[in-house]
Design a protein around this ligand. Structure first.
Ligand code: KIV
Length: 266
């Protein structure tokens, strides 16, 4: 069973770890067999499961339903669940919605933003709920960004992201996710904080890697971002199976062959 202590030890030892998004029981069982270290019930389910154009329509009830499916079916991974759009604007709302997801089986609650989350991060930690703060390209803010764009480019943006990361860790965040930021910035953040950092489109130097499951099985919808690799049709997946793709991802991240320079931004 993977815990936060396991991930902290991985960081200390330099052992790279895996995370995949997952939304249902069958895939959760396959991920258990492949010993995927952590599972994220991402609000990306709004796109890949529900057919929306963004994560914004996803509700707390949707997240609780999918979190419970995973928690019943995978006893190996640490389970992270997203608090969806506008479900953590006020502290009482955030606390109540975190309780719903933790009672559905999450071990860690993921929230998107920067230093403005510090009060919430501390309150949840004091209430027994670890948080993972998602920085960089935070999909719930797509309308603020004006699209899904690389974040943290340029000195000012990079300094702000680094300061945000340090602030939320000082406030008690247990994990960070960095999405679509230059690899050098992701490396600087990973080295600057004591907690494990999980990257997606953030280069090879974060402590862990996460991908949306459908993307790494070659089912990306529309334009395929450069940080995605199709592990299903990879020739090293000799069984050509989904279980084989999960096992190859686990192996590739652990040994450091994924991601490589082709998958990162500068
Ligand atoms: O919702 C999600 O799938 C995510 C990942 C892209 C990190 O937040």
């Amino acid at each position: 069973m993977t815990t936060l202590s396991t991930l902290n030890k991985f960081k200390k030892d330099g052992t790279k770890f895996t995370c995949l998004t997952c939304y249902d029981s069958m895939f959760a069982r396959m991920m258990e067999k492949a010993e995927i270290d952590t599972i994220l019930i991402g609000d990306s389910l709004g796109m890949v499961v529900q057919g929306h154009d963004s994560t914004l329509p996803v509700t707390v009830n949707d997240m609780a339903y999918h979190t419970a499916n995973i928690a019943r079916s995978n006893k190996h991974a640490l389970i992270l669940a997203d608090l969806p759009f506008m479900s953590y604007v006020t502290l009482p709302e955030a606390v109540a919605n975190s309780r719903t997801l933790m009672q559905a089986g999450a071990h860690v609650i993921k929230i998107e933003g920067g230093s403005e989350l510090c009060e919430l991060v501390t309150a949840l930690a004091q209430a027994g709920t670890p948080t993972c703060v998602h920085l960089g390209l935070t999909p719930q803010s797509v309308n603020v960004f004006g699209g899904y764009k690389i974040q943290g480019r340029g000195d000012e943006a990079a300094d702000k992201l680094l300061a945000d990361a340090k602030a939320v860790v000082d406030a008690g965040a247990a994990l960070l996710v960095l999405e679509c930021v230059p690899a050098a910035l992701a490396k600087a953040v990973t080295e600057a904080v004591a907690v494990p950092v999980i990257g997606i489109g953030a280069g090879a130097n974060t402590d862990g890697q996460v991908l949306v499951m459908h993307d790494m099985l070659g089912m990306a919808h529309g334009r395929v971002p450069r940080f995605i690799h199709d592990f299903l049709t990879d020739e090293r997946n000799s069984t050509h199976s989904i279980e084989g793709a999960f096992a190859l991802y686990q192996h590739s991240v652990r040994e450091g062959s994924f991601p490589n320079e082709q998958h990162q931004f500068s």
